[in-house]
Design a protein around this ligand. Structure first.
Ligand code: RB5
Length: 149
């Protein structure tokens, strides 16, 4: 199950992403927004972050104008690793090396076709594990306040 959320700045991308998921038969929960009327991105970041960390969704996708604000808000929730992605390499590497669990994109930065492509890569790339497990665990330790740098 994929958790989806956006504000007005990312609504255009989310329409295209939902069409892609529907065509692929990939199940999702849509946490809004449902139009291009102005809303506050932290609301949607929080809903998707909670769905991923506590609500049984394996991965999430968030879109705002830049992808930045909504990623910053999502990353405040414990257990979230939200990454802003602007290219195919980033979409792949943030899954492989950072074990990202939420993909963030900006509707004023990339177009719908790019958003669908990055979504496809993100959803189909596994976590690499190995040496990256240790580094991701260090990031988690920073979050937990147990990191001894
Ligand atoms: C909304 O105008 C815009 O600030 C928001 O979509 C996002 O880009 C924030 O980071």
């Amino acid at each position: 199950m994929i958790a989806l959320g956006c504000d007005h700045g990312g609504y255009n991308l989310m329409v295209a992403i939902k069409k892609y998921l529907d065509e692929k038969g990939i199940a999702y929960k849509d946490f809004g927004t449902d139009s291009d009327a102005s809303v506050d991105y932290p609301v949607y970041a929080y809903r998707v972050a909670k769905a991923v960390t506590e609500g049984g969704c394996e991965l999430g996708i968030l879109c705002c104008g830049t992808g930045i604000g909504i990623s910053m808000a999502a990353n405040k929730v414990k257990g979230v690793r939200a990454a802003v992605v602007n290219n195919e390499f980033g979409a792949e590497m943030t899954r492989r090396h950072n074990h990202a669990n939420i993909l963030c994109m900006g509707g004023r930065v990339i177009d719908e076709a790019q958003a669908v492509k990055f979504t496809d890569i993100f959803l189909n790339t596994p976590e690499e594990g190995g040496r990256h497990d240790k580094r991701v665990a260090m990031v988690t330790a920073i979050e937990d306040g147990t990191f001894e740098g």
